[in-house]
Design a protein around this ligand. Structure first.
Ligand code: ATP
Length: 302
């Protein structure tokens, strides 16, 4: 499969501390890749390294088979669109003037303005823009030249739910047209709706690079029982099944064969079952759980 980006053994130190620690991953062309991880784990740094905005100490970074360093990044200019942190805008230029700085193709500019529904304010100076309007302009700048790879750092920041939904649909449309995306977001529930691949960063290291379905298989399947009286239901189960050591109504996979008995016992005690859900439906929970497992393990090593 064609690779649009390749990072091999990339390390970066600052002020004596390791910020990126031997990072390696490939981005297959055609995917929508999510990059997630706790605050300060290194997501933005990885993106900056890929754009040639930061000097790294070791390893190689390639975009579209060409080496990228802080001194050599013509491939980034030609093939990559990006929005990193907040867009830097000139307050006395209009949105349209900004887009003209990045593209001389008027048709491409008017297409992206329409697609992001910015027509009403694109001719206003950006000093009059709200947070969300500025964010949209930053996204428009990243997308206007139809680059092969688009890197978006927290693109949903400041967007209202309707705009966030429209952005998701636009990302999927551009992806169908051939653009690969790398997107960081703390709003995992938003991200999980569109990504085809995921990279989890923890403490400057890649802890997992996989697809959402593989990711779900990695964690124990759990079933969540919800009733009209969860405290009473849990007490009932603990009386009837004292050896099972249930601490909540989240039933782990190793006890799933007893699920029917648990449900029957709850019904027999006049407690109403409201829902029984498979926790695997929720990628957000899965990702949080994996990050939690990792930090628990680290904590136990202290
Ligand atoms: N210029 C810098 N000098 C020193 N340390 C830095 C610099 N920039 C970032 N760092 C450190 O590098 C680490 C990774 O930061 P980075 O911004 O990449 O994290 P992040 O995963 O994007 O975080 P967030 O989710 O909060 O945006 C942090 O510990 C941060 O303090």
């Amino acid at each position: 499969m064609e690779k649009i980006a390749e990072l091999q053994n990339v390390s970066l130190r600052k002020h004596g501390g390791k910020i990126l620690d031997d990072i390696s991953f490939d981005l297959n062309a055609g995917g929508i890749w999510g990059i997630v991880g706790p605050n300060g784990s290194g997501k933005t740094t990885i993106m900056k390294v890929m754009l040639g905005l930061l000097k790294y100490d070791k390893g190689t970074v390639k975009i579209d088979n060409q080496l990228v360093t802080s001194k050599k990044h013509s491939v980034v200019r030609d093939q990559v669109g990006a929005l990193i942190e907040n867009p830097s805008l000139y307050p006395y230029l209009t949105g349209l003037q900004h887009l003209s700085l990045y593209s001389s193709d008027k048709k491409k500019i008017s297409t992206i303005v329409q697609q992001l529904k910015m027509t009403n304010y694109i001719k206003l100076k950006t000093k009059l823009y709200s947070l969300g309007m500025k964010q949209k302009l930053g996204i428009a700048i990243a997308l206007v030249n139809c680059p092969k790879l688009v890197i978006l750092d927290e693109p949903m920041n400041g967007l209202d739910p309707k705009s966030a939904r429209e952005l998701r649909m636009l990302i999927q449309q551009k992806n169908r047209e051939g653009t690969t995306f790398l997107i960081s977001s703390h709003v995992l529930s938003e991200l999980q709706k569109i990504i085809t691949g995921i990279i989890i960063v923890n403490d400057g290291k890649i802890s997992i690079e996989t697809t959402p379905s593989e990711l779900k298989k990695k964690v124990n399947k759990q079933v969540i029982i919800n009733t009209n009286d969860n405290d009473k239901a849990l007490k009932t189960l603990n009386v009837l099944f004292p050896d099972d050591g249930l601490k909540s109504l989240i039933i782990d996979s190793d006890k799933s064969e007893k699920l029917n008995e648990y449900l029957q016992a709850i019904i027999n005690n006049d407690i109403q079952i409201l829902s029984v859900n498979d926790s695997q439906d929720d990628l957000e929970n899965t990702m949080l759980e994996l990050m939690q497992h990792k930090s628990d393990k680290e904590g136990s090593n202290l």
